[in-house]
Write a protein that binds this ligand. Structure first.
Ligand SMILES: Cc1cc2nc3c(=O)[nH]c(=O)nc-3n(C[C@H](O)[C@H](O)[C@H](O)COP(=O)(O)O)c2cc1C
Ligand code: SF4
Length: 469
């Protein structure tokens, strides 16, 4: 597929995109990043190979594959460098990338696979699509480096089904990379004069949130219904088509070229200990300038909020009430706690939430937490794949209970019941969607119980109502 993106974007959409570029709103061309590594110097049109090379692109791949005395890097050296850099997976769990790469059984006789998770369905998250649309070669180079490090010769990028123009652009970028010899054209083609071959393909996903869960993604990639597999076995031993497979998020791969080009130590120092590098935060909700902001891990939340223009309507008296710091699965945190946090995996975990995918959802003082939870619970009920009973039934119970509280029909025991249902989902399911549905419920009740109680009619009124109906 080599059709140009321009041919599929309508004039109206182009106009909207150019407005984003001009104002910086809801995108990444605003110049309000701090020391960006992935989004540096992007302007919306400089995504081609020649532009990427001009920004230093593919130097990291050349560096590791260089032939001769004292040059080049062995696969072990590449993995050691990634470990040193403290790169943690950007897909949600923050798992150390170098460690994950070291799990790949490199000597396995037969095909091994590398998969990029570009499903990006977590509500609030919109960074991977910008990376692929405006800097696709960073992902391709990162995957080629990862393939070399783990002895993998075939990779797939599974791209969310609803961003077709981005899928097409990624295909175009792949064609450019193949023509320039950065990835193999055919099976066994060697790249950059080395002994190494690496084929990379894009795959168009089906647009279901659950297909972002790594084993559901593998099922979907195999052409089956996207439902999570029971683990163990983990993908490192039984992955795509039953072969050893490593899966990383788009942003994780896009971070690798900078890390290898500048070295693990520099990458680590560009973030904070145990949290190397920069992170792209998708800031949405009640801020002046929603958009993607790339800043060093460890940046104070207050600074990130300031970059996004602060709380919308602050001049009219609006104040910060709460923040969901890592996508809809992450427990909500009240403003006072958030304002003390730095934006990194350890600080947000210590505060009782998760950095997750880095989707920062900002809520002002007018937001009703019961209504917000109702919306979140509906999402998880809708997206449950239905394989396990606690998730299939429990997500529906959660939504129905929050819905009745919101409709003024809650019962005095509902908050305890909600917590109990959440307890009976969390940790008892095949995949982490169950946890993702349960955690927001418990956090909302913990921090904003008074709002829920205020919507529940008093017990006496309830019994009177029951007697008369
Ligand atoms: C319900 C669910 C949805 C997920 N969606 C995504 C997603 O859209 N993108 C992603 O990279 N990871 C997603 N994950 C996490 C992946 O399973 C996996 O951990 C991740 O792709 C690993 O990449 P990383 O190590 O680079 O973070 C999801 C997990 C769950 C449980
Ligand atoms: S937890 Fe939910 S989404 Fe995950 S496998 Fe079970 S039913 Fe499916």
């Amino acid at each position: 597929m080599t059709a140009t993106v321009n041919s599929v974007i309508s004039p109206e959409a182009k106009n909207v995109l150019s407005q984003f570029a001009a104002t910086g709103v809801q995108s990444c061309f605003h110049g309000r990043h701090i020391n960006p590594q992935i989004m540096a110097d992007l302007n919306g049109s400089n995504w081609h190979l020649k532009d990427y090379e001009a920004r230093g692109g593919y130097q990291a791949l050349r560096k590791i594959l260089a032939q001769g005395e004292g040059v080049g890097m062995t696969p072990d050296q590449v993995i050691a460098e990634v470990k040193l850099g403290g790169l943690r997976g950007r897909g949600g769990a923050g798992f150390p990338t170098g460690l994950k790469w070291s799990f790949m059984p490199r000597q396995f006789p037969g095909q091994k696979y590398l998969v990029c998770n570009s499903d990006e369905g977590e509500p609030g998250t919109c960074k991977d699509r910008d990376i692929m649309h405006f800097n696709p070669h960073s992902v391709i180079e990162g995957m080629a480096i990862a393939g070399y490090a783990m002895g993998i010769t075939v990779g797939y990028n599974y791209i969310h089904g609803e961003i077709f123009a981005t899928y097409q652009r990624f295909e175009e970028a792949l064609e450019e990379a193949r023509a320039a010899g950065y990835i193999s054209k055919e099976v066994g083609d060697k790249i950059l004069g080395s002994n190494v071959s690496f084929q990379l393909h894009a795959s168009h996903g089906f647009g279901a949130y659950i297909c972002g869960e790594e084993t559901a993604l593998l099922e979907s990639l195999e052409g089956k219904k996207g439902q999570p597999r029971f683990k163990p076995p983990f993908p490192a031993s039984f992955g795509l088509y039953g072969k050893p497979t490593t899966i990383n998020n788009t942003e994780t791969f896009a971070a690798v070229p900078w890390l290898i080009r500048n070295g693990g130590q520099a990458y680590l120092e560009s973030g904070k200990p145990n949290n190397g590098g920069t992170k792209i935060y998708s800031v949405s909700g009640d801020v002046e300038w929603p958009g993607n902001y790339e800043v060093p891990l460890g940046t104070p939340f207050a600074k990130l909020l300031e970059l996004a223009g602060g709380v919308r309507g602050a001049a009219q008296g609006r104040t910060l009430k709460a923040v969901i710091p890592g996508g809809s699965s992450a427990p909500v945190l009240p403003a006072a706690i958030m304002m003390e946090c730095t934006m990194d995996y350890d600080s947000i975990a210590k505060a009782g939430s998760m950095l997750g995918s880095g989707a920062v959802i900002v809520m002002d003082d007018t937001r009703c937490m019961v209504e917000s939870l109702k919306r979140l619970s509906y999402f998880y009920m809708h997206e449950s794949c239905g394989q396990c009973t606690p998730c299939r039934e429990g997500t529906g119970w959660l939504w129905r209970m929050v819905d009745r509280i919101h409709n003024g029909k809650g019962r005095a025991t509902d908050l305890d019941l909600l917590n109990s249902v959440a307890d009976n989902i969390q940790g008892r399911t095949i995949c982490a969607l169950g946890d993702a549905a349960a955690m927001p419920v418990r956090a909302m009740i913990k921090h904003f119980r008074h709002e829920f109680e205020a919507m529940i009619p008093k017990a006496t009124a309830q019994s009177a109502e029951r007697l008369t109906t």
